[in-house]
Write a protein that binds this ligand. Sequence first.
Ligand SMILES: [Zn+2]
Length: 58
Amino acid sequence: MNVPPTVAIDAWRTQPCSDTTITGLEHARVALSVHAGHGPGCAVYLAALGHVSSVCGR
Ligand SMILES: [Zn+2]
């Protein structure tokens, strides 16, 4: 299993709620944990949820 570089993970952890860029499943997992509980105003969380659903829902 590929482990993302630390710099990438740091960038994901500081990603603003309005930035809906999700680069992959690991990014989505980090975004889901960082942005959980932010509420409906958090666009990253919804984008990550959508990404995970499309990957795992096949
Ligand atoms: Zn957020």
